[in-house]
Write a protein that binds this ligand. Structure first.
Ligand code: NAD
Length: 316
């Protein structure tokens, strides 16, 4: 598995990262056995980066990931863990007091002494000025205390990243996690990559399968895409199937192709999915992408290209 350096952190992340939101039963129920087996197989195949949040399944994902990582029985330095703060099933709270308490709760659930990255989760739902003046300074104290190694921010609207990065001292925010903006149907993150590089900020891109849109079985009930976008992705998946291709493989390879993205975080809940996604990465580095089918799919998705959905509260 290819390793890619994450901004100025010195961390080397596997190009395929393990998104643990499915371990919080977000995409349907996952047994403890499947959770452990998925994490174990991922690690065996070279995935060293695991992402979770207290929000996923209302703490279920953090607990499941913690158990599964412990069961690996390998030194802590061999895997990289990111979790988040500020978003909970009870709602959003980016206050210094809450995020400071949050890390201790997360570490207990994960059974870890530190996390590599702590990210403010979906900052468009909070006050961005509070993120700048209160939340990130609180996270810096956690860094000094050794509970976290690096600081990140996550969100859907891309403009929240530059809003924060333009207002914090350089080097304060180490990482951004963007989702659903570097996949076949939406590649708008690309325009922001030079800016992020100039700031020395590491880039993690999540949801290469557009949270299930680019799969044969389709998205979960709660998926926020418009009916038009869902229909176009369904048509693209069906076209692939009719032609003996798999849309998820094409989608993984599309996202993995940009090396300015350090890790592509894909949600996985079975050994089979882990093996398929790792095989997609291996095939990309040995044989390359299936450019012909990819361009056919891009044609099908052209009418909805870069269509997204609203997220967060309006900032004044
Ligand atoms: P995704 O695009 O990775 O899709 C996940 C879905 O696809 C799940 O149902 C999974 O079981 C399925 N899947 C995975 N591999 C497959 C394959 N080969 N074939 C068919 N289906 C497959 O979406 P995601 O899980 O939302 O995103 C990945 C991870 O990124 C999350 O688990 C989370 O860790 C992170 N993330 C973070 C944020 C945030 O911070 N705001 C938002 C979204 C995602």
């Amino acid at each position: 598995m290819e390793l890619r350096t994450l901004g100025n952190t010195g961390l080397k992340l596997s190009s395929v990262g393990f998104g643990a939101s499915p371990l919080g039963n977000v995409f349907g129920p996952v047994s403890e056995k499947d959770a452990n087996a998925s994490v174990s197989e991922a690690f065996r195949l070279g995935i060293n980066f695991f992402d979770t949040s207290p929000y996923y399944g209302g703490t279920v994902s953090e607990k499941a990931l913690g158990k599964a990582l412990k069961a690996l029985g390998v030194p802590r330095s061999e895997y990289i863990v990111s979790t988040k703060c500020g978003r909970y099933v009870e709602g959003f709270d980016f206050s210094a007091e809450r995020v400071t308490r949050s890390i201790d709760e997360s570490l207990a659930r994960l059974q870890l002494d530190y996390v590599d990255i702590l990210q403010c989760h979906d900052i468009e739902f909070g006050s961005l000025d509070q993120i700048v003046t209160e939340t990130i300074p609180a996270l810096q104290k956690l860094k000094e205390a050794g509970k976290i190694r690096f600081i990140g921010i996550t969100g859907l609207p891309l403009e929240v990243f530059s809003y924060v990065l333009d207002r914090v001292p350089p080097g304060t925010v180490d990482v951004i996690l963007s989702y659903c903006h570097y996949s076949i149907n939406d590649s708008t993150l690309e325009d922001l990559l030079p800016y992020l590089k100039s700031k020395g900020v590491g880039v993690i891109s999540a949801s290469p399968l557009a949270m299930g849109l680019l799969t044969e079985s389709g998205p979960p009930e709660w998926h926020p895409a418009s009916p038009e976008l869902k229909a176009a992705c369904k048509a693209a998946a069906a076209y692939c199937k009719e032609n003996g291709k798999n849309i998820s493989k094409l989608a993984m390879q599309y996202s993995l192709s940009n090396k300015d993205i350090s890790s592509v975080l894909v949600g996985m809940n079975s050994v089979e999915q882990v093996e398929i996604n790792v095989a997609s990465a291996t095939e990309l580095s040995t044989v390359g992408k299936d450019e012909k089918t990819l361009s056919e799919i891009e044609d099908i998705l052209k009418p909805v290209k870069n269509q997204t959905w609203p997220s967060g509260i309006q900032q004044s």
